[in-house]
Design a binder for this molecule. Structure first.
Ligand code: 6PG
Length: 236
């Protein structure tokens, strides 16, 4: 497969509602394809506020009833080290927005704080033996961080571990868990969902592949990379 990095042209949509719709449709298509081809879809959800709209949209028709949810395995691209029912929990956000509304068997949902690595070892692997997700969702911070991969963080250099432990994160809460770059870049498809004018400068630098910004280091070695962003974030 040809590398797709230099072909990143973000899909730009007017606002939050269209962003949620476009991200839900993109995700739904890849869940359907993965289950049709491999009878399972390994999906890592993003944290933060931006993906909530997409998850609420996936919990509504036609996605709620039309997708093969019983064959979906759910993970997170990062998590805050807080209890699962804490308002700051990425798991809690996804549970309320999506997981409570679709028929995914509970044993196929792997909260990161419970045992971050065990669940990953169930995934099929790529040619390097790295767990290969079908779909990974990512957000992006105003400083160009993604998941819990922050500017200058030693976790960015991680080449072996599947999950990185982050302490003193510049974005609260300070203690976090994150998929590492080797796992993110082993995925079949990675989607960045980016919203708002505050992300404009970082997004422009990430699309120019500025290596200082962690989101620029997301380059699937044998997979698809897509940005779906709203007009406020994309404006130049
Ligand atoms: C987290 C996220 C983080 C997030 C960005 C954007 O747990 O905080 O995974 O990487 O995606 O900070 O956050 P917003 O969508 O809330 O702007």
């Amino acid at each position: 497969m040809t590398r797709v990095v230099d072909a990143i042209a973000p899909v730009v949509v007017p606002g939050p509602a269209e962003l949620a719709e476009a991200a839900a449709r993109w995700t739904g298509d890849r869940i359907t394809a993965a289950v049709a081809e491999r009878r399972a879809c390994y999906l890592a959800l993003a944290g933060g506020e931006t993906p909530r709209g997409c998850y609420e949209r996936l919990a509504q028709p036609p996605y709620r009833d039309g997708l093969p949810w019983p064959s979906v395995y759910v993970f997170w691209s990062d998590e805050r080290q807080v209890p699962l029912d804490d308002p700051a929990s990425n798991y809690a956000m996804a549970k309320t927005a999506l997981l409570d509304h679709v028929p995914i068997p509970p044993e196929q949902i792997f909260p990161m704080v419970r045992d971050p690595v065990a669940g990953l070892l169930r995934l099929p692997t790529n040619q390097l033996g790295i767990p290969r997700f079908d779909v990974i969702h990512l957000g992006m911070g105003e400083d160009g961080h993604t998941a819990s991969l922050f500017v200058g963080s030693p976790v960015l250099q991680e080449a072996q571990a599947l999950v990185g432990h982050v302490h003193n994160a510049p974005k609260p809460p300070p203690d976090r868990l994150t998929l590492t770059l080797p796992v993110i870049n082993a995925a079949r498809a990675v989607l960045f969902i980016v919203q708002g004018a505050s992300k404009r400068e970082a997004l422009a630098r990430v699309l120019q592949r500025d290596p200082v910004l962690p989101a620029s280091l997301v380059e699937p070695i044998d997979g698809e990379l897509q940005f779906i962003v709203d007009r406020a974030a994309a404006a130049t």
